[in-house]
Design a protein around this ligand. Structure first.
Ligand SMILES: *Cc1c(COP(=O)(O)O)cnc(C)c1O
Length: 412
């Protein structure tokens, strides 16, 4: 059947679609089933139990003991929430041009009436802790109120070193808040809200957390909460105050995304069952195998600093004169696989392989097989043997399958 707008409804190729974009990611059946229940009264006792459970459990994923706010919104909403709760009109924030998502967060800040000091970047490196240190040292008048960093830049496959950014702020003895976007890293890449002294961590549901889109998060610090008492940017829907007051009892000030919270409950349980360290190790291993494939293909990895290779996705450059979008079209039409599009400054030049979320060795081998066949079919110069190289890494590296049974005290 075709809809009036030309959209085919019943194009149903056999087998599963490979959703290998770096978010939304493949939602595991276990989570889909966990959401397939009647929506309940969000002011009733049954909901209260759910609310308490997810509000407590999600802290472990952020590695924090402090409050985490959950919004029924995409990640962009949580970006806005982080800024409007902590800052006042005309405040200066320091941001780093790591890629498209850093550029979008900057645009959002400008629209809110903030001043942005933007450290220029080449879209092939992470936020530079030394450059941040220099900018803070130069800020004698202490105008900079927040340093905003994208932990995993999803447009480039580059992961910034947040603990080093924290150290740079401390070395400069600068009072700025540290705000970090972990929308595509939480639940995939090692992240420590408390240990790294982050004031607001922004996250979303549809990437490492393996959920459909629709939830986003702000993990807070005492310093961020204190800042929210005097911050003057207008806010209502995003206001932490009312949210935290209702959350005290497991409730929300407005209708929460109840069914997504069922899914979140399951996602937290799955991550803790596997063990967060094992989850992070699994992602690093899949990334390493993907890079082995890229090297065998003789395609250039966009990320230039091996310390900053993303465990969640890999962005690859095509040779001059070849279109990454044409390659992605072949992958979709021939193999029913979605690969990530090049965004912003690297549009058409790169494609991105998402290897995050609910993912395993054979899914990676199939994904890379689809890429290798698509490279051949679209006439992109490359060497064969990428899949073989990846398989060697997978066969050699330690498997991650030590399933840890959580202690009863850890049950969520
Ligand atoms: C996906 C993503 C966003 C945007 O999140 P939405 O849910 O699309 O609003 C922002 N930052 C990063 C790093 C992302 O990966």
């Amino acid at each position: 059947m075709k809809l009036a707008n030309g959209l085919a409804l019943n194009s149903h190729p056999s087998g599963r679609h490979f959703l290998q974009i770096p978010g939304p990611t493949n939602v595991p059946d276990r989570i889909l089933r966990a959401m397939d229940y009647a929506t309940i009264d969000h002011r009733g006792p049954e909901f209260q139990q759910l609310g308490r459970s997810v509000l407590g459990g999600i802290r472990r994923i952020f590695a924090t003991t402090q409050p985490v706010v959950i919004y029924p919104a995409s990640g962009t909403g949580a970006w806005e929430a982080a800024l409007v709760n902590t800052l006042s009109p005309g405040d200066t924030v320091l941001m780093c041009e790591t890629g498209q998502f850093a550029a979008l967060w900057r645009k959002l800040a400008l629209r809110l009436g903030l001043e942005v000091e933007f450290i220029a970047g080449d879209w092939r490196h992470g936020a530079d802790p030394q450059a941040i240190g220099r900018a803070l040292d130069a800020d004698a008048g202490r105008r900079i109120r927040a340093v905003c960093v994208v932990h995993n830049e999803t447009s480039t496959g580059v992961t910034s070193r947040v603990s080093e950014v924290r150290a740079a702020i401390d070395t400069a003895a600068h009072p700025a808040l540290l705000l970090v976007d972990t929308i595509s890293s939480l639940g995939s890449i090692d992240y420590r809200h408390d240990e790294w002294g982050v004031d607001v961590t922004v996250a979303g549901s549809q990437k490492g957390l393996m959920l459909p889109p629709g939830l986003s998060f702000n993990a807070l610090s005492a310093k961020a909460l204190a800042a929210s008492k005097t911050a003057r940017l207008p806010r209502s829907y995003w206001d932490w105050g009312e949210m935290l007051a209702a959350n005290e009892n497991g409730f929300f000030p407005y209708t929460p995304a109840t069914n997504l919270l069922y899914g979140l409950h399951e996602a937290i349980a799955m991550l803790l069952e596997e063990g967060l360290d094992a989850v992070f190790q699994r992602h690093r291993r899949h990334a390493e195998a993907t890079r082995a494939a890229a090297r065998a293909w003789e395609l250039e990895i966009l990320c230039l600093d091996p310390r900053e290779y993303s465990p969640a996705l890999t962005a690859l450059l095509l040779p001059e004169g070849h279109s990454a979008d044409a390659l992605r079209k072949v992958a979709l039409e021939r193999f029913n696989m979605s690969l990530g599009q090049g965004l912003g400054k690297v549009a058409g030049k790169v494609f991105r392989i998402g290897h995050l979320g609910d993912f395993n060795d054979l899914m990676l081998v199939a994904t890379l097989g689809g890429v290798e066949m698509s490279l051949a079919l679209s006439g992109v110069p490359h060497r064969a043997g990428g899949v073989q190289a990846a398989m060697q890494v997978l066969a050699a590296a330690q498997p991650h399958t030590t399933r840890r049974v959580p202690a009863p005290s850890e049950a969520v």
